[in-house]
Design a protein around this ligand. Structure first.
Ligand SMILES: NC(=O)c1ccc[n+]([C@@H]2O[C@H](COP(=O)([O-])OP(=O)(O)OC[C@H]3O[C@@H](n4cnc5c(N)ncnc54)[C@H](O)[C@@H]3O)[C@@H](O)[C@H]2O)c1
Length: 309
């Protein structure tokens, strides 16, 4: 198993660190355009191998895609992150060119790879990766919903005073402050609906705090977060590499599912060795379906911006 992470910044390096610790690959390549950055971080991580007890060979390269040849999974984190006060959507002008170029270069050396898109605005970057490469749709997966669902569980656990591990809760829709939909009606604490323990006001607050979870951290950190994004990337890579058939919310191409076409959006999918293997349809109520359609509209208008770049 060989895995490449493009972009050795905060999210890329943390993803690589988690992938190595989980020993998901024999070989892990970090690639960045900033001279020496990927090589330096790769070496630094390799010097943790004996301390942490992993046996993955990590190497770094400044822009040499031949080093990524034969990758089974490629994670794209290259691009600028947002600064406090910015939305993810404002990154499109810079990141679209980066993501498109990276996809082209990757496929020259790894034509059979599965691509995981992390760069923001992630839903639109996933759509761009799909439409610009023409790869089978199961091999292009945007990572956002796994992170947002984890943040949702964190917010619920804070209010419930329980372990996040005992919670089942998903966020669907876009990966944006206003486009994500934490499905509180489906959330359970070990199978008991959370609504049994939380007032309507508390539920509303949890949903609102989840939606701005990333923005809250950006305000505190001065840039976008990396620990939870890196862990979420590694969980997705693990589900592919170990053929786990995990049900995760991922951004994938919709062909009629959830009433949507010509869009990549966050929905529950089964993840295994072929990428995303099928889409699971939740029975959304009228309010949730309306929110999903609104989210799709917003993502589609962002996708339209691609035509103007
Ligand atoms: N999908 C998610 O859930 C999620 C979560 C967090 C961050 N993000 C996004 O991930 C991206 C990376 O965030 P970060 O905090 O790691 O940023 P960062 O600035 O720390 O790292 C980005 C790296 O990309 C590199 N890069 C730029 N252009 C490149 C190119 N053409 N080829 C290779 N490398 C290139 C830069 O040199 C830099 O090292 C941002 O767009 C951010 O918004 C997404």
């Amino acid at each position: 198993m060989k895995i490449t992470v493009v972009g050795a910044g905060a999210v890329g390096a943390t993803s690589a660190d988690n992938i190595a610790r989980k020993e998901l690959a024999e070989e892990l390549v970090l690639l960045d355009i900033k001279e020496g950055l990927a090589e330096g971080k790769a070496q630094d991580m390799m010097q943790t191998a004996t301390l942490l007890g992993f046996d993955t060979r990590i190497t770094g390269t400044t822009g040499d895609y031949s080093k990524t040849a034969g990758s089974d999974v490629v994670v794209i984190t290259s691009g600028i992150p947002r600064k406090p006060g910015m939305t993810r959507e404002e990154l499109i002008g810079t990141n679209a060119g980066i993501v498109k170029g990276v996809c082209e270069n990757i496929l020259k050396y790894s034509p059979n790879t599965i691509i995981i898109v992390v760069s923001n605005p992630m839903d639109t970057m996933t759509y761009l990766a799909l439409t610009s490469t023409g790869l089978p749709k199961n091999r292009i997966i945007g990572m956002g919903g796994i992170l947002d669902s984890s943040r949702f569980k964190y917010q619920l656990s804070q209010q419930l005073g329980c372990s996040p591990a005992d919670l089942n809760a998903v966020v669907v829709g876009g990966h944006g402050d206003t486009t994500m939909i934490p499905l509180i009606g489906f959330a359970t604490w070990n199978s008991v609906p959370v609504a049994k323990f939380l007032s309507a006001e508390q539920q509303k607050q949890i949903v609102a705090d989840t939606m701005v979870g990333g923005a809250t951290l950006t305000k505190l950190l001065g840039t976008s977060a990396w620990y939870a994004p890196g862990a979420a990337v590694a969980a997705l890579v693990e589900a592919i590499v170990r053929d786990e058939k995990k049900l995760f919310t991922c951004c994938v191409s919709l062909d009629g599912e959830y009433g949507q076409n010509d869009i990549c959006l966050g929905v529950p999918v089964v993840i295994g060795k072929n990428g995303f293997e099928n889409i699971v349809e939740f029975g959304l109520n009228a309010e949730e379906r309306a929110a999903f359609n609104k989210s799709a509209e917003a993502v589609k208008s962002m996708n339209d911006v691609l035509k103007t770049l």
